[in-house]
Design a protein around this ligand. Sequence first.
Ligand SMILES: [Zn+2]
Ligand SMILES: [Zn+2]
Length: 458
Amino acid sequence: MDEVTKPAVAGGSLVRPCTKCWAQEATLDSRSHAVCRDCFAKFISTKCIKQIAILGKETRAPGGPPAASSTGASTSPRRYLLGLSLGVSSSVLLHLLNENVEFQLAKGRNAPFELTVVHIDVSSSLVPTSTSTSTSTSTSTSTASAPAAALEKYRQRYPRFDFQCVPLSAIFGLRTVDWSKLPDVQNINTTAPSPPSQDQNQQQEQKLRQLFDGLASAAARTDVLRLLVRHVLVAAARDGGCQALLLGHSTTALAELTLAETAKGRGFALPWLVNDGLLPVVEYEYHDSGTAAAARNSDGPAATAASMLVYHPLRDALRKELVTYATLTAPPLTALISDAPDAAVATSSNGGNGAGAVVSHKDLSIEEVMVRYFAEVETNYASVVANVARTTGKLVRLDNNGTGTGEDGNGARCGLCGMPLDEQGDERWRGELGEAKDDQLLSSSGRICYGCERSTRG
Ligand SMILES: [Zn+2]
Ligand SMILES: [Zn+2]
């Protein structure tokens, strides 16, 4: 933001004039500048709009993603999908996107994009099977889940956008996960008719709980939950004909993700996890045996069925700044936002209400350790947080062939997280676990990365 030169007579009656506009009282500190509420809000909004403008060019480029043809570019509107965790960051992103659309419309222009807002309801996924039996029967008779009710408030506030609440169990309808790599779910029926009946929904919820019960630790559950949420979001974006998936990650969240994923052995995949750009999507074919094989084309390697642009428009804003921003809107966003942190899309069990019950203090996930760590760091050393995210941003997406052409997704990919496999690196990460056994990891159904191996096999 350009600083206005301090006028000679400005701020005469002000106790502490804003160092940006010199016209209002400064009530906030923004990166060592005393600023007013308006200038702070503009500062955050500008950061977001800048990223949205970059995405706008990307989705208009000739030869780019679907719906961007040379003739159709001006007539077919851009359509994006926003993953809404009901936490602070994604709620602020939603608000800013709405502001952007209203600003353009007020100027007599067309809306710059259409937006579908999707919340993945994970509320029943992590409740242990033993304690959830009564819950599941009672929720089946109630009208809506807590997340669905929370989403309704968003829908009323932003009627321009399309809102959807998708249960995490929708994952069982997807072919982007190699189910043979997950415990106890080999017999997933991926050809279930859609839309599924109420009975099928309950069966799938049950199946989901069994899946998470089968994982060895809370850390593993948190990890797999985040991966599955991402799969469902990408699928929703593809099904909805969206050109990009928008995620609300702040600078702080991206820094957390960087260190957490590195610690979990997915350092190789960081450029795909943290940077903006095309995410290749692999689909698996299922055979009667229940094993999956990556879809193959005549040339041999696993075919990349599709790809999706993934963007983080708030990548230049700190989480604490978004928390402040949420109190500045009229009315404040705080009434909408549930109290759970949305650091890693979904580190909480149910989007906020009563969250955290799943993870005991003895068994903190790496994500939670990172959230706590960066909450402290960003208070005093904001530049450190920014540096972590920025350094990762410079990493090149090297694919297995080392040509740096990873975005077209020609290399082998992990059957669970979908990220490229580091052929040599995984051996190093594996360390004391020893060499991978061929029958475990090199079957016809491909492989999973070290990070996913650790989460699914304890
Ligand atoms: Zn100001
Ligand atoms: Zn993986």
